[in-house]
Design a protein around this ligand. Structure first.
Ligand SMILES: C[S@@+](CC[C@H](N)C(=O)[O-])C[C@H]1O[C@@H](n2cnc3c(N)ncnc32)[C@H](O)[C@@H]1O
Length: 220
């Protein structure tokens, strides 16, 4: 039995994941109706704020498998300090906070620039009985994750604007402990990020894991 699989979290998470499925189906329809120009904007570093504002009602959540991977990795490294770039409505946050609870406690710093998402994720985290472990910082992660950060960081989830993955990693790297795990969702959208974590003479060991995750370890 784990926090993930028991009440109050389990039924809350099941509902949230069902909502996320509905939201994802609606988003696919929206995506299919986009022009080529609009699609190109998805990869434009200058457009990320507008893009995510447009998607403010959508979960864009990690998959069920990735959620489980987050929980497992956080348990495996006995994470105490976790940083999350891109909280949305909190699917990944709940998996990571559940791992902190089962590890005996800790701190998760989330980040989200859509105020309504911060409010909803915070309510959900509280309803799941995990509020004492989670702080969701409202604003651009490049600013909110730049100060008052825990150390050492044991695990990082990168799931915000893809063009910012290299900058967010650079921001957090000085606080990573050797052996820290970095899980980057849809990292294939940032070639620059993949070049950093896959550099054979760099500070990470990394591989593509499953369909949409890049799993990396900070080797120190
Ligand atoms: C893919 S969703 C995150 C999904 C979430 N991890 C989950 O599993 O439910 C990305 C979220 O990151 C937020 N975001 C993107 N870039 C950001 C930034 N620079 N600072 C703060 N939030 C950001 C978006 O508003 C969006 O809600």
């Amino acid at each position: 039995m784990t926090t993930l699989t028991t009440a109050p979290l389990a039924p809350i998470l099941a509902r949230l994941l069902d909502d996320a499925d509905v939201s994802s189906a609606a988003l696919n329809v929206e995506f299919a109706s986009m022009t080529e120009q609009e699609r190109a904007q998805l990869h434009d570093p200058g457009q990320y704020r507008a893009l995510y504002h447009r998607a403010r009602d959508h979960h864009l959540a990690v998959s069920r498998d990735t959620g489980r991977l987050l929980y497992m990795q956080a348990r495996a490294v006995r994470a105490r300090n976790i940083v999350e770039f891109g909280t949305s409505f909190g699917v990944s946050t709940l998996h990571l906070a559940a791992a902190l609870r089962d590890n005996g406690g800790g701190r998760l710093i989330g980040s989200e620039f859509e105020p309504a998402k911060v409010a909803r994720a915070s309510d959900t985290v509280a309803a799941a009985g995990l509020a004492d472990l989670v702080e969701i910082r409202e604003g651009d992660a490049l600013e909110t994750l730049a100060h008052h950060m825990p150390e050492p960081i044991d695990l990082v989830l990168l799931d915000g604007a893809k063009p910012l993955y290299p900058a967010v990693l650079a921001l957090l790297a000085p606080r990573l402990r050797p052996g820290a795990v970095i899980i980057a969702d849809n990292a294939d959208w940032s070639e620059e990020y993949l070049a950093i974590v896959r550099d054979p003479v760099g500070r990470y060991t990394s591989l593509a894991f499953g369909e949409d995750v890049e799993l990396s370890v900070f080797t120190g």
